[in-house]
Design a protein around this ligand. Sequence first.
Ligand SMILES: Nc1ncnc2c1ncn2[C@@H]1O[C@H](COP(=O)(O)OP(=O)(O)OP(=O)(O)O)[C@@H](O)[C@H]1O
Ligand SMILES: [Mg+2]
Length: 118
Amino acid sequence: MGSLAEYQVQGRLEVAGKERRLPGPTEVAVFRIVQEALSNVKQHAGPCRATLSMMYATDRLSIAICDDGVGFDQAKEGRGSGRLGLVGMYERASLLGGILKVTSAPGKGTRVHLELPI
Ligand SMILES: Nc1ncnc2c1ncn2[C@@H]1O[C@H](COP(=O)(O)OP(=O)(O)OP(=O)(O)O)[C@@H](O)[C@H]1O
Ligand SMILES: [Mg+2]
């Protein structure tokens, strides 16, 4: 797997609040969600800037993966399209008692937002 730079994606990480460890299974699930979101940026967004932001509150972790790439039509890429990435992200988020929201439109970039009780 090549680096994001090879795909002309400029990455940035922002962390706010007090960073801390989570229970093992939660960390794995969060890692998988972020990994899939970033791999979607690499595979689908085209040359763009991407930001991963993590905000730790007392009882909540909020994570956003945003890119200003090509975006996509959410009506066409909804459930039932046979793709597993987004579906898996929704599933993992709900198993954690969290909420995942994806916002995208052609030409408008993509934003994946995960809100998690911790
Ligand atoms: N960051 C993004 N920028 C542009 N398009 C995206 C982005 N993320 C997802 N998409 C669109 O949504 C579709 C569904 O994504 P999803 O991750 O579910 O499937 P996939 O990446 O095509 O396949 P896989 O099952 O290997 O993940 C993609 O095929 C792509 O068209
Ligand atoms: Mg994918």
